[in-house]
Design a protein around this ligand. Structure first.
Ligand SMILES: Cc1ncc(COP(=O)(O)O)c(C=O)c1O
Length: 365
């Protein structure tokens, strides 16, 4: 009984803190969705066919062997270093539960709020390290307490879109610490000088002690409703996390998607999407920078851009009136009421949005 009351109290507190708020709560009928960072394109045949084909096998319990092997091969790892999960979101819960003995869990903010929510729901006392706008929201590993034994950082980071250099993130890893790098959006990053690889991913690094890399397949591939992601870590850590996972947590259609998304065709397509996204992002960022009063955070490198402007909270409501849903920024620790997050879309959608934004600001709020 007391447990149930304690849990309900914790959930209420998380909602009050805004940690439970996500972009999907901002969208609605008739609104152009600039709030959710899931790509909305028709599904390629190489992905749709295996998902559809798997429906004929639903009478059997899922077998994750082939999908695990495919994901491992994609990242140059052993299958024992892979755990498929029901979205990256499930991985946060597994980590929070498996490492209940952590003495000093730290979350680097601003970032996606679910790691902190999962830690708090599992009874952890969470410490925050706040990165600052004046430093471009860049990570300084020295800000993380030396005795922090469970550390969460996003790369690239939602909502700031900042991509930390792999070498800087790697500095966090050390014996006695679990370092969790949320790479849910790593496939959206792109540097023209290395077009075939994700520039700052640690997914292939097997030498860093305690490193856990989280990946999501729900964003680029528009699979948010299917729930599929995975984590990469040393075999002992994978075993420890697997023990926390419900049996058959990843459905047969989700496993079919994981296998397809690990193929060479998929990785090639991801790189092409990332290259196009880079052009579309440049267009959005240039447009936003030309709007009086708008400051673009850091050096955006992912599928969204964080902006600051006075009165952003009121502006968001006015934009809704005019047909655009953007993500509020105030629920991210380290940001506030003057912040919004805007998804990168095709240039026509961006141009129409920028025209509306300019209109609202010229008319005065
Ligand atoms: C940074 C980040 N990590 C992880 C997730 C969870 O993704 P999934 O759909 O794979 O659970 C999200 C979803 O919004 C996210 O923004």
């Amino acid at each position: 009984m007391s447990l149930a009351i304690g849990h309900a109290g914790a959930v209420t507190k998380l909602i009050e803190d805004g940690l439970g708020h996500h972009g999907d709560a901002e969208v609605g009928p008739g609104l152009v969705d600039l709030a959710v960072n899931v790509r909305r394109q028709s599904m390629p045949a190489w992905l749709a066919a295996p998902i559809a084909g798997s429906l004929a096998e639903l009478a059997a319990y899922p077998d994750d062997g082939e999908a695990t092997a495919a994901v491992a091969a994609r990242h140059g790892r052993d299958p024992a270093e892979v755990l498929l999960t029901a979205g990256a979101a499930q991985a946060f819960v597994l980590l929070a539960q498996a490492f209940r003995e952590a003495r000093r869990p730290v979350v680097v903010h601003p970032q996606f709020t679910e790691p902190e929510a999962a830690l708090r729901n599992a009874g952890h006392r969470v410490e925050r390290v706040l990165l600052r706008e004046e430093n471009g929201f860049r990570l300084d590993p020295a800000l993380v307490p030396a005795d922090a034994d469970l550390v969460f950082v996003g790369n690239p980071t939602n909502p700031t879109s900042v991509l930390h250099p792999a070498a800087v993130i790697a500095e966090l890893a050390k014996p006695g610490r679990i370092t969790v790098v949320d790479e849910a959006f790593s496939d959206t990053t792109y540097k023209p000088e290395m077009p075939e690889t994700e520039p700052d991913s640690l997914s292939r690094r097997r030498d860093l002690p305690g490193l856990v890399v989280l990946r999501s397949l729900t964003k680029t591939w528009g699979l948010a409703g299917l729930r599929i992601g995975y984590l990469l870590a040393d075999p002992d850590t994978v075993r420890k996390l697997r023990r926390q996972q419900p049996l058959w947590a990843v459905s047969t259609p989700a496993l079919a998607a994981a296998k397809a998304c690990a193929s060479e065709t998929a990785v090639r397509a991801e790189r092409e999407i990332a290259a196009q996204l880079a052009d579309e992002r440049r267009h959005l960022v240039a447009g936003l920078r030309s709007v009086p009063g708008v400051t673009v955070a850091g050096d955006p490198q992912s599928a969204f851009v964080a902006i600051r402007l006075p009165g952003a909270d009121k502006l968001r409501l006015e934009l809704r009136e005019r047909g655009y849903a953007v993500r509020r920024g105030d629920t991210f620790p380290g940001l506030g009421a003057d912040w919004l997050r805007v998804a990168v879309r095709d240039t026509a959608t961006t141009d129409a949005f920028l025209a509306t934004l300019n209109d609202v600001l010229e008319e005065g709020l």
